[in-house]
Write a protein that binds this ligand. Structure first.
Ligand SMILES: N[C@@H](CCC(=O)N[C@@H](CS)C(=O)NCC(=O)O)C(=O)O
Length: 312
């Protein structure tokens, strides 16, 4: 059984967003616990922790629940600063990269991968992703769009290639691997693991990037133990929630205050609102406290960019 300080990652092996976090543990050499969650709804052991957020991955530390890789990676840097993911020279640019990797590049990768021949998706997976995005998940349409999307994918890859060529560095983050590498690597890992022929055809034009992908993979995932979801829920139940010191940002743009009942939702997909009492905020993070019989009181944390908070 891990203790209340052990990072517990709720994820599944083929999840590209989760790969960022697994590699972050590798860079930092932090031991973690691994809870496997389903790759589609329902997620009965995750929802009691998050209050409705269903995306993958989620990081749990005791009764603190961190949603979205943008915030999860920021939190890992705060808790394990010995090997930082962000250096002062890239303090602003590094987090910006997630908006490119997670949105524009990721939305290009989906039709490139799922529209490639030989990719058979179960009907319930397509139905789940339609529900998630509110848009059709039409594999035939993706197959028609795939050639045009490959044009775009190659162009995204060319930016990584240009950066590696321009700096002559092994890493996008500078002298050692860091946050930019983790965000940028995700779509290459996704394509490579989900559809190897499509990846091989695309990556051939960017040899520095191909070698960099292998370097990032070689970082590995540090050491971890598998954990039952029930044990993770029990740990949350047994750990009293303690809001982060600092309270609520006095400059909250909407004038939100500590104790306000609010709801938070992602603004791209998986927009289910999560409700609770505002207990902490700063310019990059907002956290609510909420309870569930399965986990007791927990604090659920979200990033600010890409999320909407409103009083209920
Ligand atoms: N903005 C989120 C996006 C996460 C995301 O899209 N994850 C995918 C899996 S890699 C997902 O949740 N798919 C639906 C699911 O797992 O239920 C983040 O950065 O964590």
């Amino acid at each position: 059984m891990p203790d209340a300080n052990t990072p517990i990652l709720h994820h599944y092996p083929s999840s590209p967003f989760s790969e960022k976090v697994r590699l972050a543990f590798g860079i930092k050499g932090v031991h973690w616990a691994s809870v496997h969650i389903p790759m589609m709804a329902p997620k009965p052991d995750l929802i009691p922790l998050t209050g409705g957020y269903r995306l993958t991955p989620v990081l749990q530390i005791g009764s603190d629940i961190y949603c979205d890789t943008q915030l999860i990676l920021r939190e890992l840097d705060r808790r394990y600063p010995q090997v930082p993911l962000i250096t002062p020279a890239l303090a602003g640019f590094a987090p910006m990269i997630s908006m490119w990797s997670d949105r524009a590049f990721f939305q290009t990768s989906i039709p490139v991968i799922f529209g490639s021949t030989g990719y058979n998706l179960p009907a319930e997976f397509a139905a789940d992703r339609e529900q998630l995005s509110g848009r059709p998940f039409d594999q035939e349409a993706m197959a028609r769009a795939a050639p045009r999307m490959r044009d775009q994918w190659r162009a995204h890859a060319s930016w990584v290639e240009a950066q590696l060529a321009g700096t002559g560095s092994d890493w996008l983050s500078g002298g050692s691997p860091g946050l930019i590498d983790l965000h940028a690597h995700m779509n290459f890992w996704f394509a490579k693991n989900a559809h190897r022929p499509a990846y091989d055809a695309l990556i051939a034009a960017t040899p520095l990037t191909e070698a960099w992908v292998e370097r990032v993979e070689a970082i590995g995932h540090a050491t971890f133990d598998r954990l039952d979801a029930a044990a993770a829920l029990q740990l949350a139940q047994e750990t009293p929630p303690i809001p982060r010191t600092g309270g609520v940002d006095p400059r909250e743009a909407q004038g939100l205050r500590a104790g306000d009942l609010i709801s938070i939702n992602a603004d791209d997909y998986g927009r289910d609102p999560i409700s609770g009492t505002l207990v902490y905020s700063d310019v990059n993070e907002i956290a609510i406290q909420r309870g569930d019989p399965a986990v007791g009181e927990v604090i659920v944390h979200f990033p600010r960019v890409g999320y909407t908070a409103r009083r209920t």
